[in-house]
Design a protein around this ligand. Sequence first.
Ligand SMILES: NC(=O)c1ccc[n+]([C@@H]2O[C@H](COP(=O)([O-])OP(=O)(O)OC[C@H]3O[C@@H](n4cnc5c(N)ncnc54)[C@H](O)[C@@H]3O)[C@@H](O)[C@H]2O)c1
Ligand SMILES: [Zn+2]
Ligand SMILES: [Zn+2]
Length: 389
Amino acid sequence: MRALTWHGTEDVRVEEVPEPELVNPHDAIIEITATAICGSDLHLYDGYVPTMREGDVLGHEPMGEVVGVGSGVETLQEGDRVVVPFTISCGSCWFCEEGLYSLCDNSNPNAEIAREMMGQSPAGLFGYSHMLGGYAGGQAEYLRVPYADVGPVKIESDLPDEQVLFLSDIFPTGYMAAENAEIEEDDTVAVWGCGPVGQFAIQSAWMLGAGRVIAIDRVPERLQMAREHGEAETVHFEEDDVYDRLMGMTGGRGPDRCIDAVGTEAHGTGVMGVADKVKQQAKLEADRPHVLRQAIRCCRKGGTLSVPGVYLGHADNVPVGPLMNKALTVKTGQTHVQRYLDPLLQRIEDGDIDPSFVITHQEPLEKGPEMYETFRDKEDGCIKVVLTP
Ligand SMILES: NC(=O)c1ccc[n+]([C@@H]2O[C@H](COP(=O)([O-])OP(=O)(O)OC[C@H]3O[C@@H](n4cnc5c(N)ncnc54)[C@H](O)[C@@H]3O)[C@@H](O)[C@H]2O)c1
Ligand SMILES: [Zn+2]
Ligand SMILES: [Zn+2]
């Protein structure tokens, strides 16, 4: 089959790879009909994620048709149309039972590597390094889905792929980001990053009762989408001093809830920004915590910091003193996607939201390598890419 494979920094190829097979009674095989490129894929593309190997199949935002089921699968049949969450979860360990699906204790066969690095291993993820399971991803014609009764959500309506595809990741991610922000009625919510995750965080902040949403980025069409589709006020982080603007907009109090929807590849400004970039290149620091620093500084006392943005290792100069003395709450994590599938599908079916608003590019899988570059460089007005195998 054809698949997008990783071959090193900025080297994604379209290759012929073996088709997946059922290896466990709880597996299903999906024929992919639509698959997206995520901001998290850019961390692989840019070479920041350890334990990638040449030839790894990329992708973790897929949907398609079930074409094979193992003997132990109870809820799916051949012909079912499903969206597959990026988190692989067993459904029966302590963490899954608590709804903490991205922390599943059973789905990472390489848990030892992750344990060495983090103390304990989170769940396995599709197409996201050997440390997180070494699973082949969904930017391909076919995908093997382990624990097929736990992950995929069946789409029984005739909603087009474009409207339901993002249940795999970015809609639940934006929603969990807003939930983690502990938004109370009429709160002011600041969202750093107006990429796809930021856009869904903005939408979700309104759903959860925000009184005001302020979005921060520097890419004009992303800021425009935040204003026009997201009804947010916007701040351009290169034209304005973010701290001064946010203080000005909130009477010196700071936003009640701050969402970092940027993560490890933040553009830093000033000396610290340059230092982070140099240290990250030299592998002296894994992450560029520019937004984390700024959000801690800006957040109102006693407020909440929600971090959906992905960080990978250790970061320098994170202001833990201000974090502690301002009594901030921090909530973060890879999304517990399974927890959100039914309620968010319901919202789409009810017409509360049409997630396809973020799509700017729809291309054949063959154009994947080019699309990684376009999306990374934010060229051609690119906000979200959907590929069709
Ligand atoms: N927690 C999860 O489960 C989960 C799931 C999906 C994605 N993510 C992560 O969410 C983050 C965003 O994903 P995306 O798909 O929207 O990516 P993206 O790269 O399209 O968007 C990131 C945006 O941040 C902006 N940005 C960069 N530096 C900034 C700064 N200093 N201040 C404000 N904005 C800044 C960029 O201009 C860009 O528009 C990534 O780190 C991704 O890995 C996490
Ligand atoms: Zn993702
Ligand atoms: Zn589990």
